[in-house]
Each structure stands twice: as structure tokens, then as C-alpha cells.
Design a binder for this molecule. Structure first.
Ligand code: SF4
Length: 376
């Protein structure tokens, strides 16, 4: 007797009969037309402004993004204006939004748009994907919303909606699951108003098909929802297992001279790349002050010694628990360049306020001033 066949657990291609596809599309678009939020980037047709909103909305809440988006557009109103701005100015305008690689890529992509496309953002997802910072999601969003291309997109909200509507199994990050979600998004988007349809999917996930307590009784596609029909809304999608944030400790040099503090601009790559800071080096939790001084001396290319510990600033990032240990240091020379940094400057607090600094380092800078770093 042959052994029983194993159940095939691999997700199969989505079964999406044309009538069902049309009902899902119509239901989501109808819900969107009736209840969409009035967001400022939905009132513009400017592809650059739409692109900017999509970049800012990655990893940042809508309410936080709105004032940043408005200020950024005032400061850099066109692709050309952004492309010709110095990177530190762009990073300064980004301060508080986090994930600074987004700003660096935005700046690089603007320069490429000017150089390769005459300052006009290309209109297809395939061309957009050739620009820095454009992944499949951003390319699909800009191509569909700004240019009306039937390009699919999947973000966290869309993944949740599709998982429930079509009972897609698997945990976030599972490759077979991701492939199925993209296949579903690709099958659904062709038709009228592809940009609005993609926004309808995202809006549905943000406002109705929420992670907790989805509003199924108000849902415009409830009749089509397999998770609702099978009582599995709470199971889909399964929660993502998050890794604990990594601890990171920095020894931060608070070096005052003639009413100024020494500031340094970090190398482009890595955490806070390209941003200004009180010069800092990574240390272990238990590194003693003399050892921290030795590492700071090496980074600054001149000997420093620690006069006093000024306290610790803690900041929780998504993937890191940061401790910034403030050390008042002095040295016999006053460097103007250093091996580990792109630039050094001796700044008054007013000079420093116009430099691109991370929120964490800004807090450290203020803590240093509060601790009397510049007190006579
Ligand atoms: Fe989401 Fe509930 Fe609507 Fe299904 S019925 S799509 S779970 S809101």
C-alpha cells in the first residue's frame, strides 16, 4: 500500500475569479470614496510631492508626517531644489523623522532624476525602481498614484487586508506568503483608477481592517472576506515575532573651548550616517572612562582626557536601545579635522541649531548645555 500523501502546505496561486475580483475592487473603492481621510498629499497631482509623502510615510505615522511634508516642500519645492541642496540641509529638514537613510536616498534620487530624466520623475514602476531608495512598494505607489499605472503595491496595511480577505497563511516575512500577497495585489490593481484602488487598500487597512479590533461590521468587503466567514479574523495575519532592540552605548565627547562645543559629522554609512553630533564612539556598557577617552582620542586624532561624567541620555529607537554617555573632555590642541569624521566644527549653540543632528544627539547636546558644558 502506498503511504498516504502528505498535505501540500505550500501556498497555491490565488484563486481570483473575475466576478470576485470586481466585487472586491468595487467594495474597496466605494469605501474609499465615502470615507477616505483628507490628507494633504491627496490634494496634489505633483509626482514629487506624492513621492515625498510615500517616503515619509514609510515607518512614520500620518499625523507626524503632515507638518514635516509641508515644511519640506516649502524648503525644497521641486526635484531640482532638492537635488541642488547640500545634504546636511536635507538631513536637517528631516530631523525628528528618523531613518535618515530615507533622506539620503531621496536626495540621491533627486540628483539622478535631474541628471537622467531632465528633472521629471519617470512615470513607470520599472524606471522608478532604478532610482536610489525605490523598492517595489515605493515604485508601485508613485507609478500608480502619480501616473495612473496599474502597478501593484504591498505594505503592512495591504498585507493585513489581503491576508484576511483571501485567507493567506504564513507569518510576515515568509517568502511564499509575500509572493502570494504580491500576486494578489497584481491581480487586483488593473482596472479603473489604479492609484485610488491602491490607496483604497491601504486606507482600508489603516482605518477599518485594523490590526486590533477591525471594524468588520462597517466593512465594505465583508461579504468577500474569507477570514470573516470562517471566524479567523483574529488569527490572520499571525503576529510578527519582534527581536528585542539591540543595546548600543556611545561615549560622547563634550569638549568646550572659547564658548563653543566641538561637533563632528559622521561618515555617510551606518547609523546616523552624514549627521552632526557631539563626537561619539561606540563602547561597551562597562567600558571605564579612561578607555572611552582613549577611543575618543583615536577617533579625533588627538589626545583627550576625561574631566567629568555629565550623565547619560537614553533613547529608544525601533531596533536599538541607545545610551549616550556624556563625558566632559579636554585636550591640548583643538582639532579641525579628524580621521573618523567627515568634518569637525567648533560651534556656538546657535550654530549647532542649524546643523542636521539626530533627535537622540540633539537631546544629548541639550543635556550637555544643561549640565553647564559652556558655563564660564
Ligand atoms: Fe478586514 Fe473584517 Fe473587512 Fe475582513 S470583514 S476585510 S477582517 S474589516
Amino acid at each position: 500500500m502506498s503511504p498516504p500523501r502528505k498535505r501540500d502546505t505550500a501556498p497555491t496561486a490565488p484563486l481570483l475569479p473575475p466576478e470576485r475580483r470586481e466585487r472586491v475592487r468595487a467594495g474597496l473603492l466605494d469605501g474609499y470614496d465615502r470615507q477616505k481621510r483628507d490628507l494633504p498629499w491627496r490634494r496634489t497631482r505633483d509626482p514629487y510631492a506624492i513621492w515625498l509623502s510615500e517616503v515619509m510615510l514609510q515607518q512614520t505615522q500620518v499625523a507626524t508626517v503632515i507638518p514635516y511634508w509641508e515644511r519640506f516642500l516649502q524648503r525644497f519645492p521641486t526635484v531640482e531644489a532638492l537635488a541642488s541642496a547640500p545634504l546636511p540641509d536635507v538631513l536637517a529638514a528631516w530631523r525628528g523623522l528618523g531613518y535618515y537613510s530615507r533622506a539620503r536616498n531621496l536626495h540621491l534620487a533627486a540628483q539622478e532624476v535631474v541628471a537622467r530624466f531632465g528633472g521629471r520623475l519617470p512615470s513607470t514602476a520599472a524606471e522608478l525602481l532604478t532610482l536610489p531608495g525605490f523598492g517595489r512598494y515605493t515604485a508601485g505607489a508613485v507609478a500608480s498614484i502619480a501616473f495612473g499605472e496599474s502597478a501593484p503595491l504591498v505594505d503592512g496595511n495591504v498585507a493585513r487586508v489581503l491576508s484576511r480577505l483571501f485567507e493567506v497563511e504564513g507569518a510576515p516575512g515568509d517568502r511564499a506568503r509575500e509572493a502570494r500577497l504580491w500576486a494578489l495585489a497584481t491581480a487586483l490593481v488593473p482596472g479603473e483608477r489604479p492609484g485610488d484602488f491602491n490607496q483604497a487598500l491601504m486606507e482600508h487597512g489603516a482605518t477599518v481592517c485594523r490590526p486590533e479590533n477591525p471594524l468588520c461590521l462597517l466593512c465594505s468587503v465583508r461579504e468577500e472576506c474569507l477570514a470573516y466567514r470562517h471566524g479567523r479574523v483574529d488569527e490572520l495575519p499571525p503576529a510578527k515575532v519582534r527581536a528585542a532592540p539591540k543595546r548600543m552605548t556611545l561615549a560622547v565627547a563634550v569638549w568646550a573651548h572659547a564658548g563653543r562645543l566641538l561637533l563632528a559629522r559622521r561618515a555617510e554609512k551606518g547609523l546616523f550616517g552624514g549627521l552632526w553630533e557631539l563626537p561619539a564612539v561606540e563602547v561597551d556598557d562597562d567600558t571605564p572612562a579612561p578607555e572611552s577617552a582613549a577611543r575618543l582620542s583615536q577617533a579625533l586624532g588627538t589626545p583627550v582626557h576625561v574631566e567629568a561624567a555629565l550623565g547619560t541620555v537614553r533613547r529608544q529607537l525601533t531596533h536599538r536601545a541607545l545610551s549616550l554617555r556624556l563625558l566632559r573632555v579636554t585636550g591640548t590642541t583643538h582639532p579641525t579635522h579628524a580621521p573618523a569624521f567627515q568634518e569637525l566644527r567648533w560651534c556656538t549653540p546657535q550654530d549647532a541649531s542649524s546643523l542636521g543632528m539626530s533627535t537622540a544627539m540633539h537631546k544629548a547636546f541639550e543635556a550637555a548645555l544643561d549640565a553647564g558644558a559652556l558655563a564660564p
